[in-house]
Design a protein around this ligand. Structure first.
Ligand code: 3PG
Length: 308
């Protein structure tokens, strides 16, 4: 009997866990649940004899992968798989997958909510501004970027996007102006919403050169990954420009340095919550479970993100 671990330091909604268990029950698999763990040793112990695992932002690091004697597949219930050590997975020929698109609407709704929050002086009182008529730059036009465009249209924002990996016609079909470079996007738009993955090319890529190009009244919204923003550049621009605002779904490493100093122009969620909706948990969790069943029973490898 195949044994599947659901390892979620930040648990799925109960309705999603029940749905996942049902899928595994019907497949004849055993489900093991490890939630809210605080010690990596608990994860290392839990993976020892499992065949598959579902994770969220949990770290499938080299030592976790090394401890998993029977592991054949890891599914990241979500989009970003920067938390999986792909080299370690490749070495043991373990399939890694994500569930693209499944939690994207939740993240997009949060991105727009964050824009409103910053535009309205963090709901602290006092006069704010409106999103209507403002230029929004969508940095990367994957699933989340596309949902952001759809929702922002309702606010009456002017939409621009830059994504070197997506054909311009795909962007323009959504009523969004496709620009030619990051520089052009940042110099055009007062609001920038980040939707790039964290990888060797993108880490620290949102730097002073780009941020300093943003027009007056700039707001950078980060529901992607903290690592893509260069924190020295962030501190410098917050220091230099009284009009610059930053809101992030998960605190940057320099949080303590900037939290009080720029309290009216900076906000970070205490725990990443872009995908924290029961709808997103159900969509991504059930997709992950179905992908595991498809792979272990039929060898279906759609959404595999590694090659070995
Ligand atoms: C993702 O990459 O899908 C999001 O960042 C969601 O992460 P989470 O599952 O840890 O909330």
């Amino acid at each position: 009997m195949s044994k599947v671990l659901i390892a979620t330091e930040k648990p799925f909604a109960a309705v999603a866990v029940n749905g996942i268990k049902k899928i595994f029950d019907e497949a004849g698999f055993e489900t093991v649940l490890l939630e809210k763990y605080t010690d990596k040793a608990d994860l290392i112990k839990a993976v020892e004899d499992i065949d598959a695992m579902i994770i969220r932002s949990d770290k499938a690091s080299a030592d976790v992968i090394a401890a998993a004697r029977n592991l054949k597949i890891i599914v990241r219930a979500g989009a970003g798989f920067d938390n999986i050590d792909i080299a370690a997975a490749n070495e043991k020929k373990i399939v890694a997958m994500n569930t693209p698109g499944q939690n994207s609407n939740a993240v997009a709704e949060l991105a727009l909510g964050m824009m409103v929050f910053m535009a309205r002086a963090q709901f602290k009182g006092g006069s704010g501004s409106e999103l209507k008529g403002k230029k929004l730059g969508i940095h990367a036009f994957g699933y989340v970027g596309k949902y952001v465009a759809k929702i922002a249209k309702g606010f009456g924002m002017e939409l621009y996007a830059y994504d070197p990996f997506i054909d311009k016609s795909v962007i323009e079909n959504e009523g969004v102006i496709a620009l030619n470079s990051e520089e052009e996007l940042y110099s055009t738009c007062q609001y920038i919403s980040l939707h790039i993955p964290a990888n060797e090319k993108t880490k620290k890529s949102i730097n002073y050169n780009l941020l300093s190009k943003m027009p007056k009244g700039a707001t950078l919204v980060n529901t992607a990954r903290k690592e893509v923003v260069d924190e020295d550049s962030l501190k410098k621009i917050l220091e230099e420009r009284q009009d610059f605002k930053y809101i992030s779904d998960i605190a940057p490493d320099c949080h303590a340095e900037i939290a009080d100093k720029f309290e009216n122009r900076y906000y970070a969620t205490p725990k990443k919550q872009g995908a924290e909706t029961s709808e997103a948990n159900i969509n991504a969790g059930l997709a992950a479970a179905n992908q595991i069943v498809g792979f272990l029973k039929k060898g279906i490898s759609t959404f595999q993100v590694n090659k070995f």
